[in-house]
Design a protein around this ligand. Structure first.
Ligand SMILES: Nc1nc2c(ncn2[C@@H]2O[C@H](COP(=O)(O)OP(=O)(O)OP(=O)(O)O)[C@@H](O)[C@H]2O)c(=O)[nH]1
Ligand SMILES: [Mg+2]
Length: 295
């Protein structure tokens, strides 16, 4: 994952265009929903957004909370509260947490609505722009809030390409937008977790390298779940395999990823491992906590 490669492949032209359009379209909205992936609330927050949307109320929407570690998500909510940041945890796919998001939006836009009412515009909706990294569930959130399939969704980054308004049957008007990354994705760890969670296309990275690094990270954070899933001897036991790559190979072997001749099919295992993580077959895993040391 060299820096050069990441800059070329992870920041295509349409993302720069979309970022520019955020500033243009801001004047049409009252509030910004910043959707982040609840498993990686640090890496999935766009550092460019702060200056871009300053002046508008913002809610950090921790989406995909159903995939994240509940305890860690609770710690994040506490962290945001203590730092004066408005945040809600939701599961857009299963419409969980949406009432809280709606009521917080109305509360934050109370003045705007009152002013509109004073001018005779009764029932003016709150206009929200939904921004966030690719694949964080922006379009799914819009569909769930609107109770119908307005926006196209898909389990890959880069599905939405255009800005689009959608109206809920209640008091919200939402603007869907393409997912954006930013030119410098931060440390190799930031890049790794964005790829593991699906914000970065697996096609532009070395899938075996991502799975191997991902394995080491997940093993460190959730050892019990990891060893159980791949039937590996835990660290500290006599059968523990010390060498990282040999352990990776053993996990592949246990999952039947073997080529004729007995060699490991590392690419097949890498894809299987990513799929396991994303489908919570290893467990509900959060890759970032509020108290993790800064790199
Ligand atoms: N488990 C789970 N999956 C979700 C949730 N929200 C969205 N997804 C899934 O995540 C994938 C991406 O969802 P989208 O709504 O297309 O994401 P997006 O942010 O609009 O993506 P781009 O348009 O590519 O930027 C889809 O497969 C959704 O079904 C959620 O809360 N929980
Ligand atoms: Mg989308």
């Amino acid at each position: 994952m060299s820096d050069n490669r990441s800059n070329i492949n992870w920041f295509p032209g349409h993302m720069r265009k979309a970022l520019n359009e955020v500033s243009d379209k801001l004047k049409f909205v009252d509030i910004v929903y910043e959707t982040v992936d609840a498993r990686i609330p640090i890496s999935s927050r766009n550092p460019e957004l702060d200056s871009l949307v300053s002046g508008k109320p913002r809610i950090v929407v921790l989406n995909k909370a159903d995939l994240a570690d509940e305890k860690v998500t609770a710690a994040w909510l506490e962290y945001y509260k203590n730092n004066g940041i408005r945040a809600v945890a939701i599961d857009a796919s299963h419409k969980k947490g949406l009432d809280k998001l709606k009521s917080l939006s109305l509360e934050l836009c109370k003045d705007i609505l009152q002013k509109a009412e004073a001018k005779g515009r009764i029932g003016r909706p709150v206009r929200a722009m939904v921004v966030g990294v690719p694949n964080s569930g922006k379009s799914t959130l819009i569909n769930s809030l609107c109770n119908r399939k307005i926006a196209v969704t898909g389990d890959m980054p880069g599905v939405t390409r255009d800005f689009k308004w959608a109206r809920t049957d209640g008091q919200l008007e939402l603007m869907d937008m393409p997912g954006v990354l930013w030119p410098r994705l931060g440390t190799p760890r930031n890049q790794l977790v964005l790829t593991l969670t699906g914000a970065v296309k697996t096609e532009v990275v070395d899938v075996v390298e991502v799975a191997f690094s991902g394995m080491k990270l997940i093993e460190k954070l959730y050892p019990e779940e990891f060893y159980a899933r791949y039937r590996l001897a835990p660290e500290g036991s006599e059968e523990y395999i010390e060498d990282d790559y040999e352990r990776f190979e053993e996990a592949a072997r246990k999952m039947g990823c073997i080529l004729s001749g007995g060699r490991i099919n590392d690419e097949r295992f890498a894809k299987l491992f990513l799929d396991d993580f994303r489908s919570i077959r290893i467990g509900r895993i959060s890759l970032e906590t509020p108290d993790q040391p800064k790199e």
